[in-house]
Design a protein around this ligand. Structure first.
Ligand code: PRP
Length: 232
């Protein structure tokens, strides 16, 4: 698919600034890209070169550039208007709860869940309904506190940015709150899932101000993504 420039070229000679699409790095990107390509947005070849140190990529669309950042940072770039739109999981959206982000479309990818887990040995005879206080390692302190507060449990959260599964066996805490997909990571670290907090999928997200100012262009992209034929 090629895009009409609507009489405008990107670049300093016009007033039309390119729009920035923020995409999450890592495993989820493999699920995101068929959708983006299926909507007719094709990144420059360097995007698929794992050795490239570039962080911003042109696309075949004269007014769309892609940045590739950590999943939590997608939401921050979009919330502050540094990126116009992007893709983020509802785990990240609920954790930050940015009012500036509008999340109109569930992309039906990135399926997983946010769960509480603990060492298998501790789980035998453990009854979560009797907890009054828990200490957990997590990347999601806000979501975790809210979840436990709803049933009157005080959650003390130790913020980690990855490899949460190490925390119980090394005595940092007895429980973790983390993403579970296949369950292999929990199993490999002697942990069992004891309570699901939320189901997760990824959504197309838009900065609310950008959506007002560039409504026609962003609505067109949203429509193309909603009606896409995924390109593997
Ligand atoms: C996520 C999550 C778990 C793992 C779960 O980590 O934090 O560690 O995936 O997946 P599984 O149930 O299929 O084993 P990810 O690999 O995304 O990296 P991270 O630790 O940097 O978040």
């Amino acid at each position: 698919m090629s895009f009409q420039k609507s009489g405008a070229k990107s670049g300093p000679e016009t007033n039309i600034e390119p729009m920035i699409m923020a995409l999450p790095k890592g495993r989820i990107l493999e699920e995101v890209m068929p959708i983006i390509r299926g909507a007719g947005i094709i990144p420059e070849p360097d995007f698929d070169n794992s050795k490239s140190r570039k962080l911003t990529f042109d696309t075949n669309h004269p007014l769309i550039k892609i940045i590739r950042v950590r999943s939590f940072d997608v939401a921050t770039f979009v919330a502050f208007g540094a990126a116009h739109f992007g893709v983020a999981g509802n785990d990240v959206l609920l954790e930050f709860d940015y009012p500036e982000i509008y999340a109109p479309l569930d992309l039906d990818i990135g399926h997983c869940r946010l769960s509480v887990a603990e060492l298998e040995s501790l789980s035998i005879g453990d009854d979560p309904s009797r907890w009054s206080h828990v200490r957990v390692a997590t990347k999601y302190p806000n979501l975790t506190r809210k979840h436990f507060a709803k049933r009157g449990v005080q959650a003390e959260c130790i913020k980690l940015n990855g490899a949460m599964e190490l925390a119980p066996s090394l005595g940092l805490c007895r429980r973790i709150v983390d993403l579970v997909s296949t369950g292999n990571t929990l199993k490999a670290n002697g942990l069992v899932e004891i309570e699901k907090i939320i189901d997760i999928t990824s959504r197309f997200i838009v900065n609310r101000t950008a959506f007002k100012i560039r409504n026609d262009e962003i609505s067109e992209i949203l429509k193309n993504i909603a009606n896409r034929n995924d390109v593997k």
